[in-house]
Structure formats: C-alpha cells, structure tokens
Design a protein around this ligand. Structure first.
Ligand SMILES: NC(=O)c1ccc[n+]([C@@H]2O[C@H](COP(=O)([O-])OP(=O)(O)OC[C@H]3O[C@@H](n4cnc5c(N)ncnc54)[C@H](OP(=O)(O)O)[C@@H]3O)[C@@H](O)[C@H]2O)c1
Length: 404
C-alpha cells in the first residue's frame, strides 16, 4: 500500500488526484491533502493538512512535521499579475516546499515527485507554437524575446532536487485547456461557458460564439481533470517513466464548430445561424496582440517558414470581460440565480479573461500524446463528454441551472 501528498488539493487538477487516490484505499493507505482551505469532505484514508506555501521552508516544516509519503503530487498554483511574479512566487512555493521536506526528513521515504504544469510550457500564451507540441521541443528561454516562464523555473528546481536526492524520481505533466470542477473556483472554462449559455437563454437569445471566428473551426486539445489524475497515478508508479515529462490531453482533437451546437443543445438552445455575419461591434468586441515573437519563430528557418511567421492576435467578437459587466447580463444572472437557487457570485467571480483567452486564439493548439502512448499509456476521454459531465457537476453544485 502506498502513501501520497497532494499539494493544491482543492484546485481543479489537485482535487481530482486526491479523489482518485482516495477511491482506492486498498492501494493508497494515506493521502495527505494540502492546501490553505478545506473544501471537500474526505474519506478516512485522506488527512487534510493546512499549509501556506508562501511561508518560509522552516515555517512549512513545522506545519508538515507529521507528514510523510512515498509520492508527492504538486498541483498548487497562485496566479500573479505578471510572468515575472509568477516566476518568483510559484517557483519559490515549490522550492520552499521541497526544502521543508528536507528539514522534516520526509525526503527519506519519497520515491517520486510529480509536478503539474501546462502547455504554457510551449508558449501557447505567447502565440502560435510549432504543431504538434512535443515534449522534446526546445524551451523558450531567450529572455530578450520571451518573458520568463515559471514552469521552466519549477522544472529546474525539481530536476536539481532529484539530482541532490538520487533515490527520488520526477515527473512533469503538461495538460492543456483543462475541463474540470473545483468548489468555489470559477477559473474554469466549463463554468464560464455554462454561465454564458444560461444567461443568453434567460435573455431570449440564441447561442452565439463569442470568440474568434478563426478559432471556431480551429483545432484544440483539452485535458479532463479526471483523466489527468489517472495519468498522474499511472505515471508515478511506472518505473520506465521515471524522470520524464509528458503531455496529458484527452486523446481527441476538437473544434468549437463541433462542440458549440452540442453546447446549445445541452442548454436547450439553438446556435445563432448568422453568428459571424455581423460586423464586430468594438464596444463589446476586443483585439490584442500577443507576444511580438511567437514560439514558432525559433523554428522558422528549419521549417522553411522564413518571412511567414506573424505576430498572433487574440480577438473576441464579444469579450466575456465586457459582456459580464453589462447591466442586462447582471440583472439576468440575478434573476436566474434567485429563481434557481444558484451561487449568486458566479458571474462576478467568473474569470472571463481566461475564457476570452481560450476562445480568442488565431492559431491551433494540437498536443501530441505519442510519447505517453509509447511509454504504455492508453487512457482516453472524449472532450465533449468531459464537458457534459462537468456541466452536470456544476448543476449539482448550484453553479449552473439544471438543464436536464
Ligand atoms: N486550470 C487550467 O485550465 C489549467 C490548464 C493548464 C495548466 N494548468 C496548470 O495546472 C497547475 C494547477 O492549476 P489549477 O488550475 O489546478 O489551479 P487552481 O484550481 O487555481 O488550484 C490551485 C491550488 O493551489 C492551492 N494554493 C494556492 N496558493 C496556495 C498557498 N499559498 N498555499 C497552499 N496552497 C495554495 C489552492 O488551494 P487553497 O487556495 O485552498 O490554498 C488550490 O488547491 C498550474 O500550474 C496551472 O497553471 C491549469
């Protein structure tokens, strides 16, 4: 029987790791769920430990004095205003946590540490990456053209720590556009889309795609938080996958032109047939340039794309940030929340900037699962099914109105 520590136990990705391990007490004897808040009730094989990863290593060591395990899953994350701050804060949290494990002596029993990162590793937040994204792609470390990437700092910290403690192996995961659910956490595409659809319906409107027309028929790969948890459990126990980083996406490639009509049906609506016909009204629309140098630029010569690489643009026909501030939207949400007994702060807490980013790209995001498959992973999740399941969870949690 094994033991685990999960940092970020209340987050979209960490919560599913706790829940998956907890569901198998024959295999996982004790799971230490670590976070500042406690949002779930746990079965008896889970111990929730309060920790603040912003504390010094010495302070954390005191908080962790009774905590040890064989496997660590690090899925904690604190969003910062700039990439430089992300580098500092999220890097320090991991470093101090690992140092704390050294202070308490918990490193002695450790076998594997898994770090959850994401496809920002490939610079998807900066512009078009080379497709498909492969784990062997070079890191974007030239800071004269790319901002600091905290995932690189975190991975370097992990690699160095495991070099100093050679009995401990490491893994890193790169999920993309996560489909999942976490209590009180609206930084999630599914809750944003669900609130948008429910309010549009309340206003008697058809469902219109708010993002970029280019991305409506562009390709994207999603990661179900449940499938990601299964991957994490599999990979830390797989000896030949020791000291390897892996993309983790569902295994299908999706486009909104396939899922948007399904979303409309899920909410008892119709797609607005002429959704792209009208000129974009910039009072509600938005357009911003991404990083001056897109990630694909470093491949330009090798791929024969010299002179063809252009700066990417994020654009929305209707910016969700602006949409959520409209009086008629606020009133419609209030009405809906009141009538259906929903969590009232859903609209206000929604991370609309995040939804704008996910729907507004002018490039495809295709993530290869070849490496994981070569190592023996065969997991798969249909992305629409994952969305549909999460909508069900959001309905049960009173974030979204019942449509079924
Ligand atoms: N969500 C996505 O769509 C997505 C996509 C790709 C990659 N990723 C990456 O996946 C990783 C995990 O992200 P997530 O989306 O799962 O994050 P999340 O839902 O925001 O969860 C963050 C977790 O970190 C904990 N945490 C934050 N600050 C803490 C602190 N000071 N001390 C202790 N715990 C703290 C939170 O718990 P408390 O607040 O209770 O402390 C929470 O459990 C990140 O690297 C993220 O960039 C996310």
């Amino acid at each position: 029987m094994s033991t685990a520590i999960v940092c970020g136990a209340t987050g979209i990705l960490g919560r599913e790791i706790v829940s998956l391990l907890a569901s198998n007490p024959q295999k996982w004897k004790t799971i230490h769920a670590l976070s500042r808040s406690k949002k779930d009730d746990y079965p008896s094989n889970v111990i929730h430990n309060h920790i603040d990863l912003l504390h010094s290593a010495e302070e954390m060591a005191a908080e962790l004095k009774d905590v040890s395990a064989e496997y660590v899953f690090f899925a904690a994350y604190m969003e910062q205003a700039t990439e430089a701050e992300n580098w500092k804060v999220n890097g320090d949290m991991l470093q101090n946590f690992l140092n704390a494990l050294t202070f308490t002596g918990a490193t002695k029993s450790l076998k594997r540490i898994l770090l959850v990162t994401g496809c920002k590793h490939y610079g998807v937040h900066l512009g078009r990456p080379k497709l498909p994204m492969l784990e062997s792609d070079p890191w974007l470390t030239d800071q004269s053209v790319y901002p600091p990437n905290f995932y690189y700092r975190q991975q370097n910290i992990l690699h160095d720590f495991c070099k100093e403690n050679p009995h401990i192996g490491w893994n890193v995961t790169y999920p993309n556009d996560v489909i999942g659910f976490a209590h009180g956490n609206f930084m999630n595409l599914a809750s944003g889309l669900g609130i948008y659809a429910a309010v549009s319906k309340e206003l008697g409107q058809k469902l219109a795609f708010p993002g970029a027309e280019r991305f409506y028929s562009g390709f994207d790969c999603f990661t179900s938080s449940k499938l990601h948890a299964e991957f994490c459990e599999w990979v830390v126990l797989e000896e030949k996958a020791r000291n390897q980083a892996f993309n983790v996406v569902n295994g299908d490639v999706q486009a909104w032109e396939d899922m948007w009509p399904r979303l409309a049906r899920r909410f008892g609506m119709e797609v607005d047939a002429g959704q792209f016909q009208q000129e974009v009204d910039m009072k509600l629309g938005a357009k911003v340039e991404m990083n001056e140098t897109p990630p694909i630029k470093i491949w330009e010569k090798e791929l024969g794309l010299e002179g063809r690489v252009k700066r990417n643009v994020l654009s929305q026909r209707v910016s969700m940030v602006k949409w959520a501030q409209q009086e008629e939207v606020k009133k419609a949400w209030e009405r809906l929340a009141e009538r259906e007994g929903l969590q009232k702060d859903g609209l206000e807490k929604g991370t609309w900037k995040f939804v704008d980013f996910e729907l507004g790209r002018d490039f495809d995001c295709v993530v290869s699962m070849s490496k994981a498959r070569e190592y023996g992973w065969s997991g798969y999740q249909d992305s629409w099914k994952a969305f549909s399941d999460v909508f069900g969870e959001l309905e049960a949690a009173k974030v979204l109105p019942k449509t079924h």
